[in-house]
Write a protein that binds this ligand. Structure first.
Ligand SMILES: C[S@@+](CC[C@H](N)C(=O)[O-])C[C@H]1O[C@@H](n2cnc3c(N)ncnc32)[C@H](O)[C@@H]1O
Length: 252
């Protein structure tokens, strides 16, 4: 197994600090509503993948689900019969509970650390989820924890399972510093309707907390974990925001 790639200047990871910014959920919600991180396109691609790959009943685990704001519209007409969302933020899950009222599938929301949740599931044995969705949930983790998460995800997926990994990425082998320069410059140019202090807070959060992978470094970690792929399901014009599908069994 190859050692996870580090990106030079990784900040020390602190789960509580990483999720603290999201306690101001309305700020993150304004970013989603403006589609600055391409949530609409990413969840559309998730829906297309789920309908094509899982025409029958299937289960889904949503890591770092946040307010689960896209879940009903993405899956209500699909074969999803049991949805599990995990998040450390009570505030986000309180909103998720409201968002999921009237869903046509069973819902379970769990307050807790996604790594601990996966580790316990993997230790208990049988593979349980057909899809694991991680939408903007993993980029705070150092490479070592991403590696653990991918191994536990592999152990937790069904034999025809998919890990749908939507997140920010470093492009073309750029360093973390180069990524930060490019991403924060894009934020300042494009996130135009965000108030100055809110934008400054978002830039500070990204600068202090985000540790995105390149597609290549993430793929190496995923292959070490036993996952196949990826298939790129979406990439936006900036190249920062992408959705990749990794699979437990490659279907060609
Ligand atoms: C950027 S938000 C993404 C929310 C949603 N998945 C989306 O696509 O918009 C990241 C979420 O991950 C949660 N989170 C961060 N670290 C976590 C951890 N170790 N375990 C569980 N949830 C975590 C945060 O509380 C937050 O709700």
């Amino acid at each position: 197994m190859s050692a996870p790639e580090t990106t030079g200047h990784e900040p020390a990871h602190d789960h509580a600090a990483a999720s603290r910014w999201f306690s101001q959920w309305h700020l993150y919600r304004s970013i989603i509503d403006a589609d600055w991180m391409a949530h609409r396109e990413i969840f559309h691609a998730v829906r297309v993948w789920a309908l094509a790959r899982y025409p029958g009943p299937f289960t889904l685990l949503d890591l770092g689900c946040g307010d689960a704001g896209f879940i009903k519209r993405t899956f209500d007409e699909s074969g999803l019969y049991a949805y599990t969302g995990v998040d450390v933020s009570e505030a986000a899950l309180a909103q998720a509970r409201r968002e999921l009222v009237g869903a046509r599938f069973e819902t379970r929301l769990i307050v807790g650390d996604m790594l601990a949740f996966l580790r316990e599931g993997a230790a208990q044995g049988p593979r349980t989820f057909d899809i694991i969705l991680a939408s903007y949930a993993i980029h705070h983790l150092p490479a070592r924890e991403k590696s653990d998460l991918l191994r536990y995800a592999h152990a937790t997926l069904s034999p025809h399972g998919s890990l749908l990994y939507g997140d920010i990425f470093r492009r073309n082998r750029e360093s973390r510093d180069e990524f930060l320069a490019g991403y924060t410059s894009m934020m300042r140019q494009s996130w135009t309707t965000m108030a100055g202090d809110a934008l400054a807070g978002a830039v500070e959060h990204v600068t202090q907390r985000d540790i995105p992978e390149t597609v290549e470094s993430l793929t190496a970690l995923a292959h070490d974990a036993g996952l196949a792929g990826p298939t790129e399901l979406f990439r936006d014009a900036t190249g920062f925001h992408r959705l990749l599908a990794f699979e437990t069994l490659r279907i060609t």
